[in-house]
Write a protein that binds this ligand. Sequence first.
Ligand SMILES: Nc1ncnc2c1ncn2[C@@H]1O[C@H](COP(=O)(O)OP(=O)(O)OP(=O)(O)O)[C@@H](O)[C@H]1O
Ligand SMILES: [Mg+2]
Length: 258
Amino acid sequence: MVIWTIANQKGGVGKTTTTVSLGGLLAERGHRVLFIDLDPHASLTYYFGIDSEELEQSAFDILLAGPDVDRETVQGAIQHTKFDNIDVLPATMALATLDRKLGGKSGMGLVLRRALRKLRMDYDYVLIDVPPVLGVLMVNALAACRRVIVPVQCETLALKGLDRMLQTLDLVKVSLRQDHQVTIVPTMYDKRTKASLDAYRQLAKQHGNKVWSGMIPIDTKFRDASAAQTPPSMYMAKARGVIAYTQLLTLLMQKDPL
Ligand SMILES: Nc1ncnc2c1ncn2[C@@H]1O[C@H](COP(=O)(O)OP(=O)(O)OP(=O)(O)O)[C@@H](O)[C@H]1O
Ligand SMILES: [Mg+2]
């Protein structure tokens, strides 16, 4: 089972879009995919037409159960979707209260990692979408994965958010004794603007081989796919953005073979 966390401490940079795009492509290739939504805003959950407010079980219940969470609780919270090979562990608003509820308790950062061990035989790829804040949700996601995919919007301001994210990874490296592989993914690249090119160059210069050599272009099809509650590759296989995510996936699969 390969586990990827898609994270950046800046909002609106394409985290959820990257998660759904990569996972959709994997599912189409016959891999069993589990999406985990740890964002209290539940964008990924809504993407699949799951009404977060109506849920009886969600990622919240697993985290609340603590490090000794049992397999039934984990499986009970997972929702199937109408798409082959795609399951979702949905988010609810209640996730936002977890830091206050259990931030201080020991072992709380390792709950998701333990829970996923119980699903090892059930999925090939797990993709975790996290909120743009450093807290118990982010720590759980980072403790569960080896690779962090960091989407960065190609504009100067967005590069600052990346620095914060990389600082977080340094902190986590010390506290979890875990060194993540990092793949920085330039997103929303607008080839008509100089700002995009400048941001891309700066990114490549500052972060070198952590930066994927391709880029995800601006593509309105992503918004359309989201409105249609369908992973982009299943909505329009030939869209420019989908082709770019396919290239990114090829690299990621080479780096992290099953
Ligand atoms: N490459 C792209 N081209 C055009 N629009 C995009 C692209 N990637 C994402 N979008 C759109 O930009 C908006 C923000 O993207 P997304 O929700 O993926 O970001 P996010 O980082 O998950 O945001 P948040 O921090 O709010 O969770 C969405 O409406 C999405 O459809
Ligand atoms: Mg999001």
